[in-house]
Ligand binder design. Structure first.
Ligand code: COA
Ligand code: MG
Length: 289
């Protein structure tokens, strides 16, 4: 299942930057996003599109999932981007500023000729999307939609809110987006942190994303990879707890019980589910190195 792939770290890079593309093939990111949109100037759009498609065809990304971020369907580049990405062999097309279920349907239609395996990933970054999160996520049931990425820079711009390290104005939206995504089996990644020199500030934001339930974080710089992978990998302590819960429920005296005591804390069958999931996540990460 695509849902089960590790997506701790998703690194954006401008597809117009050949050096960054070459570097991405060697970096410890779970996902590479070749950007044609915000990171590429208008006069470079055609060149970036060709470079992204060529990079995917050339391969060399190993276990990493590769997505290409298109310009919006209503921009002058959107249609050409979507047609090129559909035929590129990328794992996913990431589309910007999705604001309604109808937007998902338009992208789905534009990708009619793409291979069945190509996923549709959506940027959640407009004010309009915030009131329609559940309806947008629900389109995953019968479209290619499988993952969301929060676009906190665009959301801040539209709201005219300030993007501080605490992210206070955005916290309700982050929670609502995670809940809506989970309700419909959509994976969900946190937005980028523009601070790439101060890794203490960055790390605190990554930890906030984990706390909120995100599967991983979108990133802009290689220096952000190591802290992100660490934050979004289950810790030794969490794994030990998970093993203890699984072992305790397997004891004969606990057979048929719904709630038991493990190391002085209550564990219910829902915690057994969480423990199994955590161990499965760790195993998949092990497979990704
Ligand atoms: N992916 C891959 N490699 C990257 C990278 C990225 N996102 N960002 C920087 N690098 C590489 C540089 O090419 C450089 O390589 P080198 O050591 O071989 O010369 C190295 O990492 C160090 O780069 P650095 O000098 O620290 O950064 P910079 O000042 O050149 O660039 C940014 C800073 C923010 C412009 C750049 O990181 C970037 O373009 N990030 C992605 C922006 C993006 O895609 N935005 C859209 C989504 S929000
Ligand atoms: Mg944007």
């Amino acid at each position: 299942m695509t849902q089960d792939r590790p997506r701790r770290s998703a690194l954006y890079l401008p597809a117009s930057n050949a050096k960054a593309i070459a570097k991405a093939r060697t970096l410890p990111c779970d996902v590479v996003i070749l950007d044609l949109e915000d990171a590429v100037a208008p006069e470079m759009k055609a060149e970036a599109r060709a470079a992204a498609v060529a990079a995917v065809r050339e391969g060399g990304f190993g276990q990493r999932e590769v997505a290409i971020r298109a310009n919006g369907i209503d921009t002058e580049w959107g249609a050409a981007d979507l047609a090129a990405i559909a035929g590129s062999g990328a794992d996913a097309v990431l589309v910007p500023k999705v604001s309604s279920p109808a937007d998902i349907d338009r992208y789905q239609a534009a990708l009619a000729d793409a291979p069945a395996s190509m996923q549709l990933w959506a940027m959640i970054e407009t004010c309009a999307a915030m009131a329609r999160l559940d309806a947008i996520a629900a389109r995953a049931a019968d479209t290619r939609l499988s993952l969301w990425i929060m676009g906190t820079n665009d959301l801040a711009k539209e709201m005219r809110a300030r993007l501080t390290p605490e992210r206070t104005p955005f916290l309700p939206f982050l929670s609502m987006a995670v809940a809506a995504a989970r309700a419909h089996g959509v994976a969900v990644l946190d937005g980028v942190c523009n601070e790439f020199r101060d890794l203490a500030v960055f790390r605190a934001e990554a930890e906030q994303g984990l706390l909120f339930g995100f599967d991983g974080k979108s990133l802009i710089h290689p220096d952000q990879l190591a802290p992100t992978n660490e934050v979004f990998s289950p810790s030794a302590e969490e794994l030990a707890w998970a093993q203890a819960v699984i072992a305790a429920f397997a004891l004969p005296e606990n057979a048929g019980k719904g709630a038991i005591r493990v190391e002085g804390k209550m564990a219910e069958l829902l915690h057994l589910d969480q423990a199994r999931r955590l161990i499965a996540v760790a195993e998949r990460i092990g497979g990704n190195g």
